[in-house]
Design a protein around this ligand. Structure first.
Ligand code: B12
Ligand code: SF4
Length: 315
């Protein structure tokens, strides 16, 4: 019979910064989640409509072990910190969660399954859902990746954390696109993270200038959170990108050779270059114009369209 203390110790040995336990019961926020979907805030992320209760993922589930991994790093230009130099976190966390799951014959998820991860994490006492909708921990701030193990074993649950945002609204004000439409509510269709990572096709023209210099993801709302003053740097060292104009000339092979194993690889070349075109359109110079002139003849229509937009904007 394994106890919670052993699980926590093992989580720490595996390199997780936080570990908590909650019950396998369904979310209390089902109504607000359904409303979010009904309002279309999930955009093209159709997989979001598949959000069954934990019991449907693991029949007889009694407990959920929730973990957090600190990824706070100094950051690099153009890329959200969670993706800056790190191996794809699904792989990094997956290896560790797999070990943890063996202790309790459980099944693990890291962004891989239809689970409201932040809900569970707050319930397990690891932090609270901030107004930017991300989990904030008192000691580590909001630079945390989350994962969980579902098990049929009975484990002693932790007490839930309560909110500590108070009257602060810095994240709402910092969002370049106004995607946080109300505290605790994000319209993904406007979020730069969605536009640069999840959206498959053309980026809405009116939102392109607001993307600024962000090629992959966005941290604007996370950076301004005052709870980050306690955050300590993780050991993950960021890896800077090659110059944007250089990447714009990359072939499929060059793209894969550089990004395989990183979060950027999931985008594939065309969407990555789409984003590079938008950023060059926003911040580019003469060298950018030359690179874009080449990109308007790209083999991919998505790249051609965004390169044309960027040239017109710079002109
Ligand atoms: C879809 C998704 C996205 C979408 C939509 C984001 C969103 N806010 O929903 C997009 C592509 C935009 C996105 C962006 C990012 N994401 Co994301 N994403 C997810 C994913 C797969 C599902 C999230 C989800 O279910 N959203 C639906 C909404 C409605 O759920 P929710 O916000 O949790 O809502 C609940 C609460 O807000 C609560 N609630 C409602 N009202 C109220 C009121 C109060 C007072 C309270 C307390 C709660 C509350 O009820 C809701 C329903 O349960 C999760 C992984 C997962 N499976 O959970 C990762 C996840 C949330 N993403 C993550 C990260 C790191 C990011 C980015 C920071 C990446 C980046 N730098 O570019 C940004 C942050 C943008 C932001 N401000 O949220 C991490 C967040 C870690 C953390 N500390 O919270 C997660 C958990 C992945 C992981 N395993 O680590 N993401
Ligand atoms: S990640 Fe950027 S675009 Fe998305 S809600 Fe936060 S500040 Fe707004």
């Amino acid at each position: 019979m394994i106890d919670s203390v052993t699980i926590r110790q093992q989580a720490r040995v595996l390199g997780f910064d936080l570990c908590g336990i909650t019950t396998g019961t369904k979310t209390e926020h089902d109504a607000s989640f359904r409303q979010w979907l009904a309002d279309g805030c999930h955009g093209e992320m159709r997989y979001m409509t598949r959000r069954p209760d934990p019991d449907q993922l693991l029949p007889g589930v009694r407990s959920i072990i929730v973990v957090g991994l600190n990824y706070h790093n100094p950051g690099i230009p153009h890329v959200a910190r969670y993706a800056a130099g790190m191996r794809d976190y699904h792989d990094v966390m997956g290896e560790k969660l797999n070990e943890l799951a063996k202790l309790v014959d459980g099944v693990w998820y890291v962004d891989t399954g239809p689970i409201l991860e932040r809900d569970l994490t707050q319930r397990a006492g690891l932090g609270w859902i901030g107004k930017h909708t991300n989990l904030i921990n008192r000691r580590l701030g909001n630079w945390l990746l989350l994962g969980e193990v579902l098990t049929t074993r009975e484990l002693v649950p932790d007490a839930p954390e309560r909110g500590h945002c108070g009257s602060c609204r810095r994240c709402l004000d910092a969002c370049p696109t106004g995607a946080i439409t109300a505290p605790y509510r994000l319209d993904a269709r406007r979020c730069i993270s969605y536009l640069t990572i999840e959206l498959k096709g053309s980026i809405p023209v009116e939102l392109r200038p607001l993307i600024g210099a962000r090629v992959f993801g966005c941290d604007a709302c996370l950076e301004v959170c005052p709870w980050n003053r306690f955050a300590r740097l993780s050991t993950i060292a960021p890896r800077a990108l090659p110059p944007l104009t250089e990447m714009l000339a990359w072939t499929e092979q060059q793209f894969a050779g550089y990004f395989r194993g990183t979060p950027m690889f999931r985008l594939k070349r065309a969407r990555f270059l789409r984003n590079v075109c938008v950023v060059l359109g926003n911040i580019g110079d003469k060298a950018a114009l030359r690179a874009l002139a080449h990109a308007v003849q790209d083999s991919d229509a998505l790249v051609r369209e965004h390169a044309t937009w960027a040239i017109n904007k710079l002109a």
